[in-house]
Write a new protein. Structure first.
Length: 272
């Protein structure tokens, strides 16, 4: 009788462990992103004749930019290392279930060398909603060599820059699903948009070499007690910016004395 009980307990333990493993496996499958079943195609051209070094890397990314207040969501990415020579064929696999009606999707591309961006798309390249026409033709623009961008790991324009510091003081990360203070610089017109963490804003800006200046911030007038202090400091500090510098994924905005007064980090959302 005692032996039978032991066998029963041992069997139950193995069955329980098996069920636990099965549940964990099913949970993993439930949270795993869908497999790619479609592709965005196209071509990336350079605006001038160029011979790239063999270490150059070409990267094209399909982004969901439906929510202007959130970091763009990466739906697919193509990477060619070594890049070869232009033009480059674009072939970005993605899960078609991610394309939803009235969503906004774009392709952006870069040519980089040792982690530094040398060429990039400077305009938005929308992807048509119709699955039969998801083809793009994009232009890559050479970034002029200048000290402010020599260490840039991402483009200055169209990147979602999340505010991380004001005058050296850390800015807390926003809660999941919340809008955090951020800045996006646009190229179709010299205007930046973003949020102070409560109110959306827009502001004109000017870039000449390593100099950068902002005009008067125009924003909503909603009152948010939790983030109002950060927002007010953010908006007022933009007025004293005189120059900028990029370092990898970081953007530093500096005052007339060269002191960093605002620090940002390039942010995008990866599918889970």
């Amino acid at each position: 009788m005692r032996a039978a009980v032991t066998i029963f307990r041992t069997t139950a333990r193995y069955v329980g462990a098996g069920l636990l493993c099965l549940c964990m496996w099913l949970a993993g499958c439930a949270t795993r992103p869908p497999e790619p079943d479609a592709v965005v195609t196209g071509v990336a051209l350079t605006r001038e004749r160029v011979v790239l070094p063999p270490e150059a890397v070409f990267e094209a990314t399909l982004l969901d930019v439906t929510n202007p207040d959130a970091p763009p969501v990466v739906l697919g990415r193509q990477r060619r290392e070594p890049a070869g020579q232009p033009p480059f064929a674009i072939h970005i696999p993605y899960a078609s279930v991610r394309f939803v009606p009235k969503g906004r999707y774009e392709v952006r591309a870069t040519l980089s060398l040792e982690g530094r961006v040398l060429w990039t798309t400077d305009m938005r390249n929308p992807v048509p909603q119709d699955a039969a026409y998801r083809h793009v033709s994009i232009q890559l623009l050479r970034l002029l060599p200048q000290q402010a961008r020599v260490e840039a790991g991402v483009p200055l324009a169209l990147t979602h820059w999340r505010l991380t510091e004001i005058d050296g003081e850390p800015v807390p990360r926003p809660a999941e699903g919340a809008v955090g203070p951020h800045l996006v610089l646009h190229t179709d017109e010299p205007r930046a948009t973003g949020s102070g963490g409560c109110n959306r804003f827009l502001v004109d800006f000017d870039v000449q070499g390593g100099r950068m200046r902002f005009g008067r911030v125009v924003s909503n007038i909603a009152l948010c007690l939790e983030s109002s202090g950060v927002e007010e400091r953010f908006f007022s500090t933009l007025a004293v910016v005189e120059s900028f510098r990029q370092q990898g994924l970081q953007l530093l905005l500096r005052d007339a004395e060269g002191k960093p007064v605002l620090r940002f980090e390039a942010t995008e959302t990866l599918l889970k």
